[in-house]
Design a protein around this ligand. Sequence first.
Ligand code: ATP
Ligand code: MG
Length: 562
Amino acid sequence: MRQSKNFIPTLKEVPADAVIPSHILMVRAGMVRMLSAGIYSFLPLGYKVLKKIIEIIREEMDAIGGQEFHLPALNPKEIWEQTGRVEAFGDTMFHVKNRDYVLAPTHEEIMTYHAKGALKSYKDLPQIWYQIQTKFRNEPRPRSGVIRGRQFLMKDAYSFDSSWEGLDKSYEMLDKAYRKIFDRVGIKYFVVGASSGAMGGSKSEEFMVRSDAGEDTVAYCEHCGYAANVEVAQSVIEPVKRHTESREIYEISTPNVKSIDELCEFLKIDERETAKSRIYIYNDEPVLVLMSGNDEVNETKLENVLGGAVRPAHPDELKEITGADAGSIGPIGFKGRIIADLRLKDGNNLYSGANKNDYHIGGIDLKRDVPQIEYFDLRTVQSGEKCTRCGKELEVFKAIELGHIFKLGTRYSEALGAEFLDENGQSQPIIMGSYGIGVERVLACFIEQNHDEKGILWKKPLAPFDVHLLGLNMKKEVVSETSEKIYKELTGAGYDVLFDDRVDAQAGFKFNDADLIGLPVQVIVGERGLKEGTVEVKVRKTGDRAKVKTEDLLAYLKEIFK
Ligand code: ATP
Ligand code: MG
């Protein structure tokens, strides 16, 4: 393809709104342009790469017997109401004004709708259905370029089985296909146990890429390979002590003491002797959540325990519910549900807020004084804590989720009445799985892992072209003629070539563009080299350069691409 005739609008400057390398480079290399917050247009160069990713995904999905669908993005709201997900998605779902339609954020409902009545017998099962299609989510904070968009491409697949063992098998197949996809694309990833969240269902795993730009946090053990999203991760932690003797409850004046650290300082006690209270609202009711010391509540763990979305109570609500402000809240005298982290189980002689500003209570025995308390794993794992599997140290870091596989079970088939007749002629809900990959995220994550200060470092499977042919001074006949000849020769040999045949561009400009776009190999045709009958071949990733006789070029490239 000739660069002079094609639209690859590269930029020298870093776009103002871009922070992370993939975002900066995708804009600078002329792959994408932002239309509006979280909404991106793919330009020809970017779309070319996207199509390569889609093709790899498609091949691997077809290889496990997946059948490709193309469902509408515009959906009747009614179907989504039947599964309760209009409410579950809340503001994240786009609604179409004046019509009872929504823009689909995912497609469990619609696939299940088509399975209903069509997959009638156990003989029709199993099935794997998938599509590669646009999703809409009104993400409150679109950022990091295409990594979190309001419109994005997802490969979503759904498995339909007649037994739980069948679901295990389908899940296994998808898991293997995902590993193949990410290996072929050339991304370094790891798999973590995850929460099934608003989707419902039992087992779920996420395919993750380590990155400071990530919005997920994972705990990882380098020693044994344990990896889990902090939404479900656990660590070995010391429970608080139960002393042989429980003291009596007593009130302490603690003027201006708000945080756990201030309380420890003021009373000269250890963090583990304190219990911090936070109030969450679930189903319009307050729930008091009690944590040991400065341990942090993980809201996803909390939501999984309670069974739905929660939010922290607002400051004015706190006062109304407890009579005190944050920092003085506690379990004694609190009317309502109280749940605590397992670390606090049966703790005594604890200090907590008194539900009265500037007062705390000491001598709390959770067993004696808060008999209705329920214990769950609610805390957020921290770096340096011990792995529950091998006892070595866990590392906690940020990651980007590339893909997610879920065992859904019968949540959707029950809600929508998708049933089949089993071998005994009994009607049963179809057992389902759901499996997603963010296509743009694959692209962005590849660039996150493969770039340097000058630009992108493509590898063959995703590279928009194989070779960047640079004709340095195209006004010189010898350069333009030889470049044209090489262009024909390489194209004829099956290479996909981007030919910088621009007449007015300076050599330095062409070099910078070539490094920015980052094709694996550059073939540089200049007047000086041609005098000796050579061109220069540069491997973009290593920067290695070699003078190659024009007649040896094909053989030389064959070696490089071996
Ligand atoms: P996240 O936690 O990042 O919001 P999710 O759990 O909402 O992701 P799923 O509903 O499981 O994501 O969607 C499947 C895949 O779609 C994700 O693994 C991710 O790669 C991709 N994806 C989800 N939301 C977005 C988005 N806003 N922009 C781009 N890709 C997305
Ligand atoms: Mg999301």
